[in-house]
Design a protein around this ligand. Structure first.
Ligand code: FE2
Length: 234
């Protein structure tokens, strides 16, 4: 029998609570009964494997999935996926989804009065390399209105899902942009009680990642569990 490595549990204040009334959807979906603590058994500490090359190049470049280029400010987002000990997580699936430059999702549920872009789907995925690195080319998403409260606008953000080595490490989160004035008013961002943990949701502008006359670069490392864990953002 293999020894089971028990993953560290989230630290108080570093993950958003299930119930955060400023974020209205949580009132409907928060559990009404106390949670059961599940032990980490083999089914929690193992997960799917992703062979090299599983994601094609077009999946990592959201600006090349159609005949023409999407409208918007081209950007590169890159970073490393790290485990609770700061070690690289290679060969893991990183999924990205986002609104277009006008702040509209290509989804039936999004009917807000902004144009769809025929050259932008807004989804991609990559598998991290041996150094735990991922990289996407995309366009900067627009802010969009939502009906959480009067005249509410979501800060610009990218949605990420990262599997990590096990089902217990899977993380779904959102990446924000430095200097966005809407962050101060975003209840999903502020749903993370600990200010230092919350800041880990904001990417950093990286001039070394930018490509001259072509694209801006934003760096966003994703840490699965532990002291520096990236908070959940649903
Ligand atoms: Fe969103």
């Amino acid at each position: 029998m293999t020894d089971i490595i028990d993953y560290e549990r989230p630290r108080p204040g570093e993950q958003p609570p299930f119930l955060h009334p400023d974020y209205r959807s949580t009132v409907k979906r928060a559990p009404l009964h106390p949670l059961l603590r599940l032990p980490h058994t083999l089914s929690e500490v193992t997960g799917p494997g992703f062979a090299d090359g599983w994601a094609g190049a077009e999946k990592a470049d959201l600006t090349r999935q159609h005949q023409g280029e999407p409208i918007g400010e081209r950007m590169i987002v890159a970073g490393r996926v790290l485990d609770e000990g700061g070690r690289a997580v290679p060969g893991t699936l990183v999924e990205l989804w986002q609104a277009n430059a006008a702040g509209r999702y290509r989804h039936d549920a999004d009917q807000h009065a902004a144009p769809l872009d025929p050259n932008f789907t807004g989804t991609g995925h990559v598998v991290t390399n041996e150094r735990g690195e991922y990289r996407f080319v995309t366009i900067v998403p627009g802010a969009y209105p939502w009906r959480n409260s009067d005249n509410a606008w979501r800060a610009q953000h990218l949605h990420f899902s990262v599997f990590g080595p096990a089902f217990a490490t899977r993380l779904i989160t959102q990446m924000f942009f430095p200097g966005d004035p809407l962050i101060d008013y975003d209840p999903i961002f502020h749903g993370v009680p600990d200010p230092a943990a919350r800041e880990r949701l904001i990417s950093s502008y990286d001039p070394a990642l930018s490509v001259a006359e072509w694209a801006l670069g934003y760096r966003f490392d994703i840490v699965l569990r532990g002291r520096a864990a990236t908070p959940t953002g649903l």
